[in-house]
Design a protein around this ligand. Sequence first.
Ligand code: COA
Length: 266
Amino acid sequence: MKTRGCIQPQRHGDTEKGKSFSSAPLCLCGETTFAHTKARRTQPESGPSGRGNQNQKKSCQENEPNYGLTPFLHDPKTPEDKLPHPAIRPYPIQYANAWKLKNKAPVFIRPIKPEDEPLMAKFHETLSEESVYNRYFSALKLSQRVAHERLTRICFNDYDREIALVAELKVPKGEEKKILGVGRLSKQHNPGEAEFAVLVNDEWQRQGLGSELLRRLIEIGRDEKLAHLSGAILGDNHAMQHICRKVGFKVEQNGDNNSFRASYNY
Ligand SMILES: CC(C)(COP(=O)(O)OP(=O)(O)OC[C@H]1O[C@@H](n2cnc3c(N)ncnc32)[C@H](O)[C@@H]1OP(=O)(O)O)[C@@H](O)C(=O)NCCC(=O)NCCS
């Protein structure tokens, strides 16, 4: 595999004597500069002058435009809380763990991942028109719900902005995986504000999953230092109004129309 601008790319993880990969400075092409130094040293000297082939590629740093970015090296002794945050937040594994439905079926509740797209498409096939209407406040067609563009957006979370939890049924190895429910927390423009939504596969409703997803969203909001979490509920959606009140939301009618707002203040 050739890496842009490298003389002889080294495998990631290659280390220079006594120096770990994590402490190696990164070149803009993504390789460590140790790797490039090593590559330069091991490059056979050719040509009568012994200065190497004139056509050979220059080193990464010589070739690459800098774009005003200077590769930054931190002292390996820098404490973790003093390091800058990565641009994309890593998968929030702390929100993943096992749980059991009322009927004792084991599930694994975890943040959504991009590779969940096919499972999410199947999940949407299981939903009744009533559940879809209660969730989206309209009869959103299956073809719209499973459109690739929509599902990739839904499954690929910027965890700084939103976190969707999926409840996956634990099945024996080899059996088809299944998502039973999804709960989503989406931060709003106003700092400290977020909205929630919950949707459970019709066959698996009344097993405590909707309430559990909602409880977990409240806890995520707490970790995220939210001030306020809220969601809209249709007037006829008594089950949702009931579970919201049960887990601590205040549920109030929205003006004169047939909708309610559930609010949780931290
Ligand atoms: C609302 C919803 C999330 C609830 O999920 P769930 O997994 O069935 O929820 P739970 O099993 O935790 O709890 C259901 C509770 O509602 C109660 N309930 C069910 N139908 C009800 C009804 N018509 N009226 C009043 N309460 C009802 C159940 O008795 C149960 O109460 P309990 O926990 O005190 O026993 C689920 O029905 C759903 O996905 N609906 C479609 C999507 C939706 O409405 N989303 C909300 C908009 S964001």
